[in-house]
Design a protein around this ligand. Sequence first.
Ligand code: CMC
Length: 365
Amino acid sequence: MIQHGLKGVIAAETAISFIDGNKGYLVYRGKEAKEIALNYSFEEAAYFLWHGTFPTKEELASLNQKLKNNRTLPQNIEKIMQLLPNDMELMSVIRTVVSSLGNSQYKWKPTIDEAIRLTAIIPTIIAYWKRKISGLQPVTPNEDYGHVENYLYMLTGKKPLDVHVKTLETYMILTMEHGMNASTFSARVTVSTESDMISAITSAIGTMKGPLHGGAPSDVTIMLNEIGTKENAESWLRAKLENGERLMGFGHRVYKTKDPRALALKEKALEIGQDDPWLALALHVEETAIQLLEEYKPGRKLYTNVEFFAAAVMRAINMEDDLFTPTFTASRVVGWSAHVLEQAERNVIFRPESQYIGSLPFLMN
Ligand code: CMC
């Protein structure tokens, strides 16, 4: 029997993360993701996902140094970025530039050092592009800053507020990894052909871009901007559902209860954006939409997913809409690369079957 969209099909064994979609748990290598997000740095969480243990002081210092060494764009890559047209979507820019990094060093089998190099460079690609299209000079990475602090610094050229760094770090750890999601699956399929790390991550970025996956949070802001006022919410949402349209930031393939990432981000959004009228509107839209989804889609168990509150958190730290999905990419590269390494360790090429429903040239017995 066909499982359209591979719903419910187990496609790989993994020790990287576990999701209980009915109880609403997300676990990274045996530890609750939320606990890691609130108590560890981006670098420590990344190390944990790649290695399965937290780093010692020396291991952390070595990882930090490798990340710092790989933050600067090579000259040929800068030239490529200068040639790309300014109206190119940022996710397409990241996909193109990451692909261009794929020189002959990258080959089967993928390595952790390659994962570190890619993790280090993606924030620089994003910041360089944002500044280029705004007519601003790029900001040289700051050696004294951690991964997330430096990302914010390269975007603005100013030392970011600690509360913004911690909020973004929480978001980036919570979105680092999420089981066999579409982009992770793409990465695993690509590397399963004994291709290389760059090719696998390029596939993943192309998959991440779509609004049914990583591209939803900017659609959440579009939705909230269109709704505009609490009074307008019910009629706007009802009209969409009457029209058979999906509400962005709601529903999930795995979670049939509240997405634990959404809950954690909601807490963060309330902590730092409590006086923001936009957040008050978001909370009202959440409540109204959940009621309406129960009315229009009874029994489907549709709640807010990570993207809904990602939009709120990003807004609270002054991130522009076009940075939402790229920032998700800058964190998810850790999970993708961990899966690429895991796939390479016990590789079987992915090659499912399809059921032919076209005509045949002759009758086959
Ligand atoms: N708004 C309205 N109806 C919905 C929604 C939604 N957001 N999500 C699911 N449904 C309905 C859908 O129409 C279907 O109804 P019916 O049974 O009458 O055909 C039912 O719920 C089941 O939907 P499905 O498409 O079979 O569920 P799925 O598991 O294939 O889809 C999803 C998961 C995330 C693609 C979907 O919920 C969706 O399109 N959500 C909106 C986009 C979004 O927020 N994406 C971000 C996902 S979270 C980030 C990530 O992990 O990738």
